[in-house]
Ligand binder design. Structure first.
Ligand SMILES: Cc1ncc(COP(=O)(O)O)c(C=O)c1O
Length: 377
């Protein structure tokens, strides 16, 4: 990594990225009115609008020459690096094609054991949908009145045939976290008899002291726990498909036997660079906070209900059917999150760049403020 002057690149890069967009957004309009960008604002898929980092891009371009070969790239080094970052032995870590592959393989393990799966409702779909197709019954436990996963209700929903409990922390689409101590106790208890899968895709964004990873339980030798992480979110590598599973070596072996994807050299090299690039993660968190503050100010102004988010997306009530809302936003160059039943009048919005979120707020208010205010009175 010696040849990269990451700090300079990134600190300069942040200012540069802003400068690139401002002229497009502001061209020919008064300071009060932000012009529509000449591209679609991607506020629908919880991506990092700044990624990949300059360092990862450099690694990708240097790896281009390797793309005609099998089995090249710093795969082992990447596994060791991520293991070290998370204080877990390297034989407790497996690389995957996005964390989606670990999720699906986890679902398959539960189905293979002919067991049901307990999860929150709503939650992320990859694991449960795949396991459902493979024959598992899915027991969905509604989120509580704060839109958070309800551990007591989940405990009650567990049956003798339940092979797995799937917990997404922070959850998606409701960006809520579990209290770390309560989650730890729950997982230790439940994993005595069955698998617990903890999806930590948004781990790097969370700054709340009540939050914590459960990888340490894996490191301590607890057997029936799988934790997943991804390079798709704060690392901005969604298109290169890099994810990680953390589990006891016996389960790592089982995942290895069942998984069908593979990693490409560009993803491996990019992730190897990106996971060493703390400046880019700090920069991304800072920009994310800026974007979130812009959107939350609008929620407060309009008086809508929303879930205070520690992630790069948020969830708020509009009272307008999501398809209708999205169609209008799309006409104005904004892609916003799909419907998440049963909350079909709530909208999930991912944080794009602050200047893009200012345009979003301006557009949203123009299109919907009156309707929202009217329905509230
Ligand atoms: C909670 C959660 N887990 C996992 C994923 C899967 O991401 P990937 O397969 O890109 O790692 C996502 C993607 O949005 C997600 O929101």
């Amino acid at each position: 990594m010696g040849q990269f002057t990451r700090r300079q690149l990134l600190l300069g890069g942040g200012a540069l990225l802003g400068a690139t967009y401002m002229p497009i957004l502001m061209r020919g309009v008064s300071a009060a009115e932000i012009a529509r960008p000449q591209y679609m604002i991607r506020a629908d898929k919880n991506e990092n609008p700044y990624g990949p980092s300059r360092v990862a891009l450099q690694a990708i371009s240097e790896a281009m020459d390797l793309t005609n070969k099998y089995g090249v790239g710093r795969r082992r080094e990447l596994v060791k690096l991520v293991a070290d970052i998370n204080n877990v032995p390297a034989d407790h870590v497996i690389l995957s094609s996005g964390s989606g592959e670990i999720l699906k393989t986890g679902g398959l393990i539960a189905s293979w054991d002919k067991g049901s799966i307990v999860c929150a409702d709503p939650t992320y779909h990859d694991l449960v949908r795949y396991a459902g197709h493979a024959g598992s019954e899915i027991i969905r436990v509604p989120v509580d009145e704060h839109m958070a996963g309800d551990l007591d209700a989940m405990r009650k929903a567990i049956r003798a045939d339940t092979a797995m409990v799937y917990l997404v922390n922070p959850n998606n689409p409701t960006p809520t976290i579990f209290n770390h101590d309560e989650l730890r106790d729950f997982v230790l208890e439940v994993s005595k008899e069955r698998m617990v899968f903890v999806d930590e895709a948004y781990f790097e964004y969370v700054e709340d002291p009540r939050y914590g990873t459960l990888i340490d339980l894996v490191a301590e030798g607890h057997r029936n726990i799988i934790v997943s992480r991804t390079a798709s979110k704060i690392h901005g590598l969604a298109g290169l498909r890099v994810g990680f599973g953390f589990a006891h070596p016996d389960h790592i072996q089982r995942i290895r036997q069942l998984k069908t994807g593979a990693n490409n050299v560009l993803g491996i090299e990019a992730a190897y660079a990106s996971y060493q690039d703390m400046d880019f993660q700090d920069f991304s968190r800072r920009k994310n906070r800026e974007s979130m503050a812009i959107v939350e100010a609008m929620f407060e102004e309009l008086g809508v209900r929303y879930v205070k988010s520690p992630t790069n997306f948020t969830f708020f009530e509009t009272g307008i059917p999501v398809e209708e809302l999205n169609a209008e936003l799309r006409e104005h160059g904004i892609a916003s999150g799909r419907p998440f039943p049963p909350f079909t009048t709530w909208s999930r919005i991912s944080m794009a760049k602050p200047e893009e979120m200012r345009f979003y707020v301006q557009t949203f208010k123009k299109l919907f403020a009156n309707r929202i205010m009217d329905s509230a009175t």
